[in-house]
Design a protein around this ligand. Structure first.
Ligand SMILES: Nc1nc2c(ncn2[C@@H]2O[C@H](COP(=O)(O)OP(=O)(O)OP(=O)(O)O)[C@@H](O)[C@H]2O)c(=O)[nH]1
Ligand SMILES: [Mg+2]
Length: 250
């Protein structure tokens, strides 16, 4: 029953007057409403801080441009299907842009839901727990994410991905030097965070939206087709977000 509800919610945007701008159903443009929807997914092991990221973003976005943070309350605050936070803005050229932020449920049993939520992602944040004891689980979920992407026809090599190493406030975390080495080995940008204190959350969101925009522009030339450049795209969003406690300057 609840699974059906999740599926309906998820599939509802895919109506007949929506055209994918690029392969793999990345970014959707609704001609009738002149709407562009960008989907960002927060992925990672259970309790790594995915929902916390959305809660922080929700608290920093101006109420007039954000929808409700949709979470299904559970007794232990674990995500059952996904959390969703929509953010809206209008470009100079009159396109309404919707940014939809989703989290997946991290518990092992919810893999089918994770796969559904990943569909059509324009960018993904992989939220890792920085503690040494979590290393194996982080790696297992990284592989799980890649496998799920393959199964739904997304190429992990081309979906922009940002890695957030969260919970930097806890004891026995990987050191900054270790993270630096990991950063230099991989191609994904890596951001340190203490999501519970809001640290690194907006920086992660910025990196995601910048990567999503660049990927989309490379594939579908949205700067020309929709007449919105990267500066306007990011500026419109972040001018409506309280960035005062972050390292971002808007
Ligand atoms: N110490 C510390 N705790 C954190 C941090 N970020 C999140 N938490 C806590 O970790 C717990 C899990 O956070 P959630 O955001 O619910 O984790 P999740 O990834 O959404 O978990 P699932 O929905 O089960 O997949 C909560 O008690 C948070 O308050 C952090 O940076 N430091
Ligand atoms: Mg959650």
């Amino acid at each position: 029953m609840l699974g059906l509800y999740a599926a309906q919610l998820w599939y509802s945007p895919y109506t007949s007057n929506i055209t994918p701008l690029s392969p793999n159903n990345l970014v959707q443009l609704n001609h009738a409403n002149r709407e562009l929807t960008i989907k960002i997914v927060y992925y990672g092991p259970g309790l790594s801080g995915k929902t916390t990221n959305l809660q922080v973003i929700h608290s920093r976005v101006e109420p007039s441009v954000r929808g409700q943070l949709l979470t299904i309350p559970t007794h232990d605050d674990r995500t059952l299907f996904f959390d969703l936070l929509p953010v809206y803005f209008q470009s100079k050229s009159g396109i309404k842009i919707k940014i939809k932020l989703f989290t997946v449920p991290g518990q092992v049993i919810h893999n089918a839901t994770r796969r559904i939520v990943l569909q059509g992602s324009d960018a993904v944040a992989f939220i890792a727990d920085s503690r040494r004891q979590a290393t194996e689980e982080n790696n297992a979920y990284w592989k799980n994410m890649q496998q799920n992407m393959h199964e739904i026809g997304l190429n992990p090599e081309t979906v922009p991905t940002i890695i957030q190493f969260n919970k930097r406030d806890l004891p026995d975390t990987q050191t900054d030097e270790e993270l630096e080495r990991a950063r230099s080995r991989g191609k994904e940008p890596l951001i340190s965070a203490i999501a519970i204190q809001g640290i690194g959350v907006l920086e992660t969101l910025f990196a995601l939206l910048q990567a999503a925009y660049r990927n989309l522009d490379a594939r579908s030339n949205i700067s020309r087709n929709l007449n919105i450049d990267e500066e306007e795209f990011l500026g419109k969003i972040f001018s409506r977000i309280d960035t005062s406690t972050s390292t971002l300057k808007f």
